[in-house]
Design a protein around this ligand. Structure first.
Ligand code: GDP
Length: 327
């Protein structure tokens, strides 16, 4: 039985990846942080097959112990402080977890592999936020990185450290540069879920307005369930490498509002939406759009869920969830 260790198992991607690997017959271990983590039960209820082990990305000795207990063939490092807006307020903590945490995980993996570096494969969750002030449109694996937030800077550190372990030690370490990916499991602090939850509540008469930041931002939004498939495919390649994972289509926050309100049969959203400077960022990533040609040709990967379906799926889920909560 192939064994996998996933950090960030309690997050959106961790849950989808764990489901995928369990369906492929893997034995799956997940790293979980802290005492009485409130998300422990969520993972238990969603995927009871997963074994949860306690550790923290900022504590190398805990990672060494978890690797030794789980004896993985594949390590997926998805754990991070992942909310960009928060990273300005907590830049040092974000650097420790999202940046140095990658080094800690790589080093613990190298120690675990010992003389047999080939016995383990490593996946690093890199991010389109690394492109920040984009130097090329669309963005590819070799586009110059220009991060625009402490989160983006920390992800750049993790990305280059992953490449460095591949080049220094011959580790099978791959970095997936994933563009925004969403789902009904997305955290409500991210704009897609914030919008779909609000649209559901407005449509059910539970809320009458929605305050947002920059409506002109554009993102390349895909479905998280598709993106974890790309992660797995990267680790099945004979050689480790870096890949952009994206849909190649970009949409503005306004398009997101169109799609979400349309899914709840509301045509004119202007009377519900206000702009609030609290949700504006000190620096903005304006136009992210990925060129996933390499993932398509080498990994045979392609997205299966288009933007309107993705947002429709999220609104439908939130309508169900909010109606149940209101009962
Ligand atoms: P990110 O790409 O990882 O930062 O994902 P987010 O979903 O947090 O933000 C995507 C874009 O939506 C950014 O350009 C934000 O500035 C923009 N945006 C506009 N209004 C909001 C809002 O109220 N909340 C969030 N999270 N983002 C917003």
């Amino acid at each position: 039985m192939t064994r996998a260790l996933i950090t960030g198992i309690t997050g959106q991607d961790g849950l989808y990846l764990a489901e995928l690997l369990v369906s492929k017959g893997y034995e799956v271990f997940g790293l979980i942080r802290g005492q009485n983590n409130p998300k422990y039960q969520l993972v238990r209820d969603t995927i009871p097959e997963v074994t949860l082990l306690t550790g923290d990305l900022t504590d190398v000795s805990s990672l060494v112990r978890v690797l030794s207990l789980s004896q993985p063939d594949e390590v997926y490092n998805l754990g991070a402080i992942s909310f960009v807006a928060y990273s300005w307020e907590n830049a040092s903590l974000t650097s420790d977890v999202t940046g140095k945490g990658v080094l800690n995980m790589l080093e613990a993996t190298r120690l675990y592999a010992g003389d047999d570096i080939g016995k383990v494969r490593f996946y690093q969750a890199s991010s389109s936020e690394m492109y920040g002030k984009v130097q090329q449109v669309p963005q590819r694996e070799d586009t110059l990185l220009w991060p625009r937030s402490p989160y983006g800077v920390a992800k750049v550190f993790g990305h280059y450290m992953t490449i460095n372990y591949r080049e220094s030690y011959g580790m099978h370490a791959s970095s997936g540069i994933l563009f925004n990916h969403e789902s009904p499991r997305r955290g409500p602090e991210f704009v897609t879920r914030k919008v779909t939850q609000a649209v559901a509540r407005i449509s059910l008469g539970l809320q009458d307005s929605l305050a947002l930041g920059n409506l002109e931002s554009e993102r390349d939004w895909g479905f998280a369930g598709d993106y974890v498939e790309a992660m797995w495919r990267m680790l099945q390649q004979p050689e480790a490498d870096d890949y952009v994972v994206a849909t190649g289509q970009t949409h503005s926050i306004r398009d997101l509002l169109d799609a979400a309100f349309a899914a709840a049969d509301i045509e004119d959203w202007s009377r519900f939406v206000t702009q609030d400077p609290r949700f504006m960022r000190p620096a903005e990533v304006d136009l992210l759009i990925g060129d996933a040609t390499k993932a398509r040709t080498v990994l045979g990967w392609k997205p299966t869920v288009a933007f309107p379906e993705l947002i429709g799926m999220m609104v439908e889920n939130d309508l169900r969830e909010q109606a149940a909560l209101a009962r």
